[in-house]
Design a protein. Structure first.
Length: 306
């Protein structure tokens, strides 16, 4: 047991082997994360009408850093060991900085369908990186379920895309976001062996916010003429898809494999389509509904024991 674990009173959960199941509470935390991240696609579209990509990222991370920092101080959560700081910086750079800015910028250039289709390459990259770097291997349920879920996401993307999967700045930014997302998850996983998900999320959020400080003048200018709706969505993004969702993600990731948690995020596109239908009155095409069902089946299969 590390000193950080001793200070917390309980040891960090051991990462299950690919043949073991994920605890139900961890699955529930992962599902909550995916739901909130899916809702972020709607929030980014709404807030992005008045806030530039970098400004929106800074606002979102600043809110998250303040909220999570308050909880960390009140609960007196121990900080990570000094040896983990370089990896923590990389996690904040990739997962909170580059990913968010690239995703925000992509959604301003290409439609949500195309964006979600490209971003869904992230779980594929996570499975590959975790298989080799984290030695999680490539269990058959994960591989087969991931392929089925990805096929469902592709159907959703084509059904909801207005421009198609075309080359260009938007597609390149979405691909960058997918790569940063995968790198961030694989970087975060070892950190959770020594520290709580709460403190790791907070510090990574702080790193991302500090790196986005050059966007502060832009944020101040954007807020001076932003609508109440855009500001409201920005607050929502900072509180729920950032503060809450990244913390519940860390909790789930610490109790499962990176590959399985990555596969769970294939549910994000069908949830996003459903939320757009309920909130924005955007009726999904039947092909998108079929793709959602296929993704759900693939995710369920990917979570099976070996």
């Amino acid at each position: 047991m590390t000193s950080a674990q001793a200070n917390q009173g309980t040891a960090s959960p051991e990462t299950p082997t690919p043949s073991s199941g994920t605890p139900p509470l961890a699955v529930a935390a992962g599902l909550l994360t995916v739901f909130l991240w899916a809702s972020a696609f709607i929030g980014i579209r709404a807030a992005g009408k008045d806030l530039d990509p970098g400004a929106l990222t800074l606002a979102r991370l600043f809110i998250g850093a303040v909220l999570l920092g308050t909880v960390v101080l009140v609960r007196k959560v121990p900080l990570p060991p000094r040896a983990d700081l370089p990896r923590l910086f990389l996690c904040g750079l990739l997962w909170f900085g580059i990913y968010n800015v690239a995703l925000n910028a992509a959604e301003q250039r290409i439609d949500a369908g195309t964006t979600s289709m490209i971003i869904s390459l992230g779980p594929v990259l996570i499975a590959v990186l975790a298989g080799f770097l984290l030695r999680e291997g490539f269990p058959r349920p994960l591989v087969v379920g991931g392929i089925v879920a990805l096929a469902g996401v592709v159907l959703i993307g084509f059904a909801t895309s207005s421009k198609g999967l075309e080359a260009g700045a938007g597609s390149a930014l979405a691909l960058l976001a997918a790569a940063a997302y995968a790198g961030g998850v694989v970087t975060e996983k070892p950190l959770l062996a020594n520290s709580s998900a709460l403190v790791i999320t907070w510090l990574a959020c702080v790193v991302g916010a500090v790196l986005c400080l050059p966007f502060l003048p832009q944020l101040i200018d954007n807020l001076s003429h932003a609508s109440g709706k855009a500001i409201g969505w920005t607050l929502y993004l900072g509180v729920f898809p950032t503060s809450v969702a990244f913390t519940t993600w860390g909790y789930a990731l610490a109790r499962s494999t990176a590959g399985k948690m990555g596969a769970l995020t294939y549910l994000s596109p069908p949830i996003a389509v459903t939320l757009a239908w309920l909130i924005l009155d955007e009726t999904p095409p039947w092909l998108a509904v079929a793709g959602g069902a296929l993704s759900l089946a693939g995710v369920v299969y990917s979570q099976r024991k070996k």
